[in-house]
Design a protein around this ligand. Sequence first.
Ligand SMILES: [Zn+2]
Ligand SMILES: [Zn+2]
Length: 176
Amino acid sequence: MSPKEITKFPITEAVFKDPSEVIKELTEKIDGLKYTKVIQTYVMENRRLTLILQKTGSPYFRGKIVWIGNKKDGTEGTLFCVDTGSELKQINPTAENTGSVILDTKKEIIAVSTVSTAKCAVCSRDIEIFDDITGCPICQAKAHRDHLIDWINMKHSCPICNKSLYISSTGAISIG
Ligand SMILES: [Zn+2]
Ligand SMILES: [Zn+2]
């Protein structure tokens, strides 16, 4: 018998870092994976890869990966746009909502194990994987994007470190 072929690879660090790192892992490990790069977005040519979300080993979400791209605000990390068959969902795995990301090259699946390790600095609810989140550029506190932007527009400071912040004309959170 031949030694058992390895078909599962952790790609967590690549996902937390940058879509180009993820594409590097995918193309190294899956033969003939095709994509088109449009600016900073990698569009999957035949939606071959499946993304699943699982909690304590049980899958609760599944869809075909449409594209892999940068986060809107240019911060580190990877966005996956996934087609569930009825809608397009954006998945944003970060250290606050994700335990591990495993690439299964045999099944052609990216399995994201989700956890909630952080709470929104404004509303105190758990930060979940479908949430659009951002953070304080000074103390790195995380929050739902709309909650933190509303807070800064009202109070002109971070809810955690109280340092002065403002929203720039481009919508970015800036140190005031
Ligand atoms: Zn919130
Ligand atoms: Zn802060």
